[in-house]
Design a binder for this molecule. Structure first.
Ligand SMILES: C=C(O[C@@H]1C=C(C(=O)O)C=C[C@H]1O)C(=O)O
Length: 126
């Protein structure tokens, strides 16, 4: 019968199995990738690592709360600017876009700092 009736999956190859339209592999030292599926598998692998690292970083931010006298002492703008300056330099070294790294970290740090303030409020009892 009709291999692709209306409302069913197409019989054309999924996007993930298609070959590149142009160019040669540029990732992993020129060894990847041959398919969009391979590209996405690697992105998913890296994202898993990033989430684990965000979680681990958070564990230390929460730890920092124990060294602050009260919630008002949690935010340290000087330290934040030091972090951003260092990370922009690392981004240049690694050929990552510095503005993306900065925006990502400003969002992360803002959220972490709010969490740390809550932990400080709960933990710093007289
Ligand atoms: C973790 C700390 O507390 C806050 C959170 C920071 C962060 O997420 O890196 C940096 C400075 C502070 O605003 C710290 O003081 O080191």
């Amino acid at each position: 019968g009709d291999p692709s009736p209306a409302g069913s999956a197409p019989t054309t190859a999924p996007l993930t199995d298609t070959k590149a339209f142009w160019g040669t592999p540029q990732a992993a030292g020129g060894t990847c990738c041959q398919t969009l599926g391979e590209v996405r598998g690697n992105i998913d692998r890296i994202d898993r690592q990033i989430v684990a690292l965000i979680a681990e970083r958070g564990s230390y931010v929460r730890e920092a709360a124990r060294f602050k006298a009260n919630p008002a002492a949690v935010e340290d703008k000087t330290r934040v600017e030091q972090i951003i300056t260092r990370l922009r330099g690392l981004a240049v070294e690694d050929k990552a876009p510095p503005d993306v790294v900065e925006a990502t970290y400003r969002a992360l740090i803002a959220a972490y700092t709010e969490e740390e303030k809550k932990i400080s409020a709960a933990g710093a009892k007289p």
